[in-house]
Design a binder for this molecule. Structure first.
Ligand SMILES: *[C@@H]1O[C@H](CO)[C@@H](O)[C@H](O)[C@H]1NC(C)=O
Ligand SMILES: *[C@@H]1O[C@H](CO)[C@@H](O)[C@H](O)[C@H]1NC(C)=O
Ligand SMILES: *[C@@H]1O[C@H](CO)[C@@H](O)[C@H](O)[C@H]1NC(C)=O
Ligand SMILES: *[C@@H]1O[C@H](CO)[C@@H](O)[C@H](O)[C@H]1NC(C)=O
Ligand SMILES: *[C@@H]1O[C@H](CO)[C@@H](O)[C@H](O)[C@H]1NC(C)=O
Ligand SMILES: *[C@@H]1O[C@H](CO)[C@@H](O)[C@H](O)[C@H]1NC(C)=O
Ligand SMILES: *[C@@H]1O[C@H](CO)[C@@H](O)[C@H](O)[C@H]1NC(C)=O
Ligand SMILES: *[C@@H]1O[C@H](CO)[C@@H](O)[C@H](O)[C@H]1NC(C)=O
Ligand SMILES: *[C@@H]1O[C@H](CO)[C@@H](O)[C@H](O)[C@H]1NC(C)=O
Ligand SMILES: *[C@@H]1O[C@H](CO)[C@@H](O)[C@H](O)[C@H]1NC(C)=O
Length: 884
């Protein structure tokens, strides 16, 4: 196959001849036919059954237009009308939606000589404050569709048209479709659709209602491949909801011994995500096998030995963005040696990443500004469109903003002088909490001066002069701030009401000035103390470092410096490990060797070539890992990325992993109950930190006893976190319905959702707790119940806690503590993730178990030292197990 083209082409009225699934609900769709008048009009487009409404309620300005009749015949009706924007640099559509929900957003543009200038416009399309794309049309009657997948950062969404030259921006239709939240996940940024293809001669185009999410799929045919199809129903139940019409057809190479290939080109800085949908739609005869390798960009491994499932869609995609130095991407599907049939593909989606570098203004301030705009009927202000502060070049006229690093911009001054404002001063202004200057002069405001100004702590200047109808009586609270010289209020052009200074005697002024200084000094000291206090208070409580602090710390490091310091060359690795002399272990991603670095022992994990991925992703991952520091996480001390040799250098944990220790492989002694509780709580703290202390939060994905490492001095630490993110089990991709993680530890919900969350880690940790208590294998086929969680449940219904606790402990444990921990563990392995506790809760409960154990030990020690029968009696009754 040859190139896949960049832009989705506009539909020619084509609707599948395929039988359509029953009409799907479109109640959550927003479908705007721009420029439709009157504004209450709605209609249903016959070829798609989609109901369109006018855009008038979602936008302030613009002129309605209609394309020339000669172009309407082939086009769907929503493109017949349009809205154009001769005024203003930026004009925006506003939607009230829910933050964090994911939408497919589609803009359609057909010029159709609506202005009779025969001049094709060029302009930009923005999503919030970020540029989405430039709109360039191929011809007068040709249209283009632009689609993106975007997760909302606020409870509102803005899609803006931005003038870039002389021509007038316009839009024909704008459509929003909710998508499943657990699909199309990216590490960073939104996804711009490059292509979405299916492989069948008919129809040429698929969208709603065959596609429940109304994605547009475009037919792709070429002479190097042939389409095949089935009449049978294909199971499309995975979260991507591939339409039947796509799933029932596929492409295979024309020459069966040739690979199937696709290639496309993006600009060389772009990253890409690819979603490939496969289902076996031919009936295989005995001995027939269809198996192929998926590789990209010249043989890089994506998935080996892939076998499409019979009549069931499996989706293969990369979980890390792909990049290519020259912008060229190519995918190949090659038959393996055992395969008797050529490779096939049913659907292919290609996206490029849009990094959202401009942050939106603080959400509360945006809402306040929108309300101020409505209250004073300021829709005539042409620049008051889109985000108030961002990007800086389109900031609303009359506003000044502060742009703190990696935090939303804030409004610091508002100038509405001479805007014919009428009515009273709106309390919405009080929501601009960072405001320093406010100018409402020369308007027709009436009513009183509100007292809320006194509570706006940063406010320094208010100009209310030139409002004839305003009652200029100053409220008492405001007068106090004026007297304290922390605020100046101007109420008339001539009189400056600074502080009645002329009337106040000299002494008083000095007193008040000193008062202010004193206040400032006290404030400064207070802040410093608080900071110090905050830090020292946090040091001994590593489990709950406030997020903002972690954030600041991360920011204060320069990643480039870290990278430089911790980067280790390959010869250094050779020297460090004494030419890989001593193997410590073999993991899923490579072999681990013992080493010495600056007098400290280290463990060097060499990443095997088959699991190695793009250099950029590796580096991004390493930088993330270098930033995660916690007492109970195995620290990454450096890395090597010398040519083909990728290695991660960790701190060395001399006592090995928990599994070995439980099995008694490291010296004969049995881990005591107290020690086990300690290990459990420490590992839990490490995991809790990944979930709640890290920005962004991390899911470990592979919590198990072999990933809990021990050291006499530093206690238990969790290993291998974050790695599975960039080194997934099957090379650089992820296949829905194919198992990831470690059997026995894997969240059962994963099979349904294909999605690992914090709660999946909780599940795995519950399994670890059961192992700690019972010292039984996680899966043992010879047991009544093979899986440990079922076995424990089963044993407890028959016997009591003694029947499951590790017999090697010889009864040396606290029964209450054992009950508590087993109950906690069973909560963690609840099949329903909603019912599982959070790691924060697990840590809390485990701390109580440790306390119980300490009390027990304390009790018995006291008993020995005091020899008091009485004491042992109270101790026993206090901690004896309750009736179960
Ligand atoms: C539109 O809906 C009607 C009734 O639900 C149905 O009969 C018709 O086939 C649908 N048309 C398309 C193009 O899906
Ligand atoms: C969005 O919400 C605002 C305020 O809550 C309201 O004034 C506006 O009409 C809403 N817009 C739409 C399109 O529903
Ligand atoms: C996606 O998440 C958002 C916010 O958490 C929620 O409001 C929305 O209902 C979710 N949508 C779906 C389809 O799950
Ligand atoms: C669409 O653009 C192509 C060139 O890219 C041109 O050949 C074709 O005539 C145009 N179609 C219309 C309807 O303008
Ligand atoms: C997202 O991408 C931007 C731009 O490449 C980068 O500056 C930022 O650090 C990334 N954020 C994360 C969480 O990876
Ligand atoms: C592919 O098909 C087109 C027309 O359908 C033809 O012109 C071209 O020569 C073919 N290419 C090859 C390599 O067969
Ligand atoms: C198919 O490909 C093989 C291997 O490249 C080649 O030898 C053979 O001639 C091709 N067959 C046809 C019909 O083109
Ligand atoms: C398929 O991939 C495996 C593992 O990466 C490799 O060993 C094998 O040679 C590949 N087969 C083909 C035909 O490329
Ligand atoms: C072919 O299949 C056999 C049996 O499943 C397996 O042992 C062998 O490694 C496979 N060979 C290749 C080249 O995949
Ligand atoms: C102005 O407001 C004050 C306080 O509310 C009130 O006492 C006074 O009568 C008002 N003056 C006029 C002229 O309305």
């Amino acid at each position: 196959m040859k190139s896949i083209h960049g832009v989705l082409l506009l539909l020619i009225t084509a609707k599948g001849i395929f039988e359509s699934v029953q009409a799907q609900d479109q109640s959550e769709f927003i479908s705007l036919a721009c420029g439709l008048v009157p504004k209450s009009t709605t209609y249903t487009e016959k070829t798609t059954n989609i109901t369109y409404q006018s855009d008038a309620n979602y936008i302030d300005g613009g002129l309605v237009g209609r394309i020339s009749d000669e172009y309407t015949t082939l086009l769907q009706k929503q493109t017949w009308t349009l809205r154009s924007f001769p005024k203003g640099k930026r004009n925006c559509y506003n939607f009230n939606l829910t933050a964090k929900s994911q939408y497919l957003i589609r803009g359609t543009f057909v010029y159709g000589n609506y202005d009779e200038l025969k001049q094709i416009p060029e302009f930009d399309l923005h999503i919030g404050p970020n540029k989405w794309t430039s709109i360039k049309l191929d011809g007068i009657g040709n249209g283009t569709i632009h689609e993106m997948i975007h997760v909302l950062t606020q409870d509102r969404l803005q899609v803006c048209l931005v003038k870039t030259g002389e021509t007038t921006p316009f839009i024909s239709s704008l459509e929003l479709r909710p998508l499943n939240n657990n699909t199309y996940l990216t590490q960073n940024g939104s996804l711009i659709a490059v292509s979405r293809a299916f492989f069948s001669p008919n129809p040429v185009f698929i969208r709603y209602d065959e596609d429940l999410h109304d994605r547009t799929w475009i037919r792709h045919l070429d002479n190097e491949s042939v389409p095949i199809s089935t009449d049978l129903l294909v199971d499309t139940g995975n979260p991507y909801d591939v339409p039947q019409a796509v799933a029932k057809t596929a492409s295979v190479p024309r020459n069966a011994s040739q690979p199937l290939t696709f290639d496309w080109t993006l600009d060389n800085t772009s990253q890409s995500y690819v979603y490939m949908h496969f289902a076996e739609i031919q009936t295989l005869k005995d001995g027939e096998i269809r198996e192929f390798n998926i590789t990209y960009n010249g043989g890089k491994n994506m998935y080996s030995y892939f076998r499409p499932e019979k009549l069931e869609i499996k989706t293969v995609y990369n979980i890390i963005a792909l990049s290519s130095p020259d912008g060229n991407f190519s995918f190949s599907f090659t038959m393996t040696g055992n395969s008797t049939l050529p490779p096939l593909i049913n659907g292919l989606e290609i996206y490029k990443v849009l990094h959202l570098l401009e942050l939106e203004t603080d959400q509360d301030e945006v809402f306040a500004m929108v309300n101020i705009k409505t209250t004073y009927d300021l829709s005539k202000k042409v620049s008051w469109q889109g985000d108030p502060c961002a990007p800086q070049s389109y900031r609303w006229e009359g506003l000044n903003c502060s742009y703190p690093d990696s935090e939303p911009p804030r409004i610091i001054s508002l100038n509405l002088a001479e805007n014919k404002l009428t009515g009273s001063i709106t309390p919405e202004i009080s929501k601009l909490t960072q405001l320093i200057e406010l100018d409402l002069s020369k308007n027709d405001l009436s009513g009183e001066i509100p007292a809320f100004f006194a509570d706006m702590k940063l406010l320094k200047l208010i100009n209310l002069s030139g409002n004839q109808g305003l009652n200029t009586t100053i409220p008492d609270s405001l007068q106090q701030r004026i007297n304290a010289k922390s605020l100046t209020v101007i109420v008339s052009q001539t009189v400056t009401l600074k502080d009645n200074s002329k009337k106040v005697p000299m002494v008083a002024i000095i007193a008040s000035v000193v008062g202010v200084f004193a206040l400032l000094v006290i404030l400064a000291i207070f802040i410093v103390l608080r900071r110090k206090h905050g830090k020292s208070a946090n040091a001994p409580r590593p489990t709950s470092v406030p997020i903002s602090m972690v954030h600041n710390e991360a920011r204060s490091f320069n990643p480039a410096i870290i990278t430089k310091e911790r980067r280790i060359t390959y010869p250094e690795v050779l020297k460090m490990t004494n030419n890989f002399e001593r193997v410590l272990g073999k993991g899923g991603f490579g072999t681990v060797y013992h080493g010495n670095l600056d007098d400290a022992q280290v463990a060097a994990k060499m990443l095997s070539h088959s699991s190695a991925q793009g250099y950029k992703e590796f580096k991004a991952e390493v930088e993330l890992l270098l930033r995660v520091h916690h007492r109970h996480l195995v620290g990454l001390v450096g890395y090597c990325d010398d040519g083909d040799n990728l290695a991660l250098i960790y701190e060395y944990m001399e006592d090995g992993d928990l599994r070995e220790n439980m099995l008694g492989k490291r010296g004969g002694h049995v881990l005591t109950w107290g020690k086990r509780m300690q290990i459990a709580v420490e590992a839990a703290q490490g995991l809790e930190y990944l979930h709640n202390g890290c920005r962004p939060p991390m899911v470990h994905r592979d919590v198990k006893t072999t990933n809990i490492l021990l050291s006499e001095q530093s206690g238990a630490k969790l290993a291998d976190f974050g790695l599975s993110r960039s080194f997934p089990i099957d090379g650089e991709c992820h296949v829905s319905t194919v198992v990831a993680g470690t059997p026995g530890y894997l969240d059962p919900e994963y099979y349904r959702t294909n999605w690992l969350s914090e709660k999946s880690d909780v599940y795995s940790f519950g399994v670890v707790l059961l192992e700690i208590v019972t010292n039984q294998p996680v899966i043992d086929k010879t047991r009544e119940r093979p899986h440990i969680s079922e076995w424990v449940g089963f044993m407890l219904t028959k016997g009591d806690i003694k029947s499951i606790v590790d017999p090697k402990l010889m009864g040396e444990y606290d029964t209450n503590g054992a009950w508590k921990i087993v109950e906690l563990a069973l909560g963690c392995v609840n099949p329903s993730s909603n019912r599982r506790p959070t790691m924060a809760h697990v840590v809390m409960e485990l701390n109580e178990c440790v306390a119980l154990e300490n009390a027990r030990r304390q009790g018995s020690e006291d008993m020995y030292t005091r020899g008091s029968v009485e004491f042992s009696h109270t101790s026993a009754s206090e901690f004896s197990p309750g009736a179960r």
